[in-house]
Design a protein around this ligand. Structure first.
Ligand SMILES: [Cu+2]
Length: 154
């Protein structure tokens, strides 16, 4: 074995050693990550006229009020009442279940909609009007259609 071959071999083995150490270190880091997802305490989710169930679907938002009435890409609330949005995403078994995210920018509200998980947000609209909302988590081909208006009435 000549000198050139020895140097080349040392470089190759050096690189392999660095990559092997890096790989083992990364596997240890990833193994230590907790896969637990925070779940809303469903026992504490209020019910009643000011609770709206929100389901992100491919590709619209379904809003169901306490009477069971469902509207799509639009919902109405009364001014100066505290509303609770109970947000999830369609589980879509056997197919693609995706994460959405509901953003109502003028209300300062945003929440992920996650399949199999319930997220709860509360807000009190103080001004009558129409407030734009939109899905801000890319969720597929017609993601851009997941938008609408929340109407605040007297
Ligand atoms: Cu979406």
């Amino acid at each position: 074995m000549n000198k050139k071959t020895k140097v080349e071999l040392m470089w190759i083995l050096g690189v392999i050693a660095v990559l092997a150490v890096s790989m083992v270190w990364n596997i240890m880091l990833v193994d230590n990550q907790s896969a637990e997802i925070a779940q809303a305490d469903t026992g504490k989710i209020p019910t009643g006229p000011y609770v709206i169930d929100v389901v992100g679907r491919q590709w619209d938002w379904a809003f169901t009020n306490y009477t069971g009435n469902t509207t799509y890409d639009a919902f109405t609330v009364q001014v100066n009442h505290t509303y609770t949005l109970v947000i999830t995403s369609e589980p879509n078994p056997g197919s693609t279940a995706v994460i959405h995210s509901l953003l109502i920018p003028q209300m300062g509200l945003q929440s992920y909609a996650v399949p199999g998980q319930t997220n709860v947000i509360q807000f009190t609209p103080t001004h009558v009007g129409a407030y734009y909302f939109v899905c801000v988590e890319y969720c597929g081909e017609y993601h851009y259609t997941m938008r609408g208006y929340m109407t605040v009435v007297n």
